[in-house]
Design a binder for this molecule. Sequence first.
Ligand code: C5P
Length: 227
Amino acid sequence: MKDITIAIDGFSSTGKSTIAKLLAKSLGYVYVDSGAMYRAITFFAMKEGKISTEHFDRDGLISELPNAKVSFKFNDSLGFAEVYLNDINIEKNIRTLEVSNLVSTVAAVPEVRKQLVKIQKEIGKNKAVVMDGRDIGTVVFPDAELKIFMNASAQTRALRRYNEIKDNGEAITFDAILENVQKRDHLDSTRKDSPLLKAEDAIEIDNSDVTIEEQFQNILKLVNSVL
Ligand code: C5P
């Protein structure tokens, strides 16, 4: 069986990463959460005092970028890779609402995108990869054999994120999450560099009303049709 590249793009909290992880596991492929990389740079910018809800020192962040090494390490017990910033595991630091509220501003900076896209292309150069994000089918892997664009209603997506964040122990309201999801969708779709866009050859899937298992089986059929 030949190895292929699978690009999964879509709006926030559409369940991209859940499906991508299941696919990677069943195919024996590498899974890459590209959103975690933008979150890692955002966390770095916060730590360096380059961004907060009050200010954004864009040029300051750009000049510090060479000092932000983002990488992944496979966690055997979890069965997927976790994100590291300068060799420190920051998985627990990057899923907070604070990071979610700032990440789209950081992700709109072309220098940030350039640095991360280079790493993403390198990870995927031998194929056998499932990567999810916003520009994977359009910019990172325009030649991917299978491109999926996932969507779901804003309510469904916010509820998903709400449950995820609550499970992590962060005190948060559903309305704050809904606002964040809608704001990020807007910023991600309207930025100049690599906006969130369905690639012309992507297959669009709305998963508002299907279970994860149904969705996984549907996507597996698509994978088998291109293998
Ligand atoms: O996937 P996740 O919701 O964790 O992504 C966080 C943010 O990272 C997105 O809202 C977007 O601003 C940015 N992102 C991006 N390009 C990608 C993946 C994520 O701009 N390929």
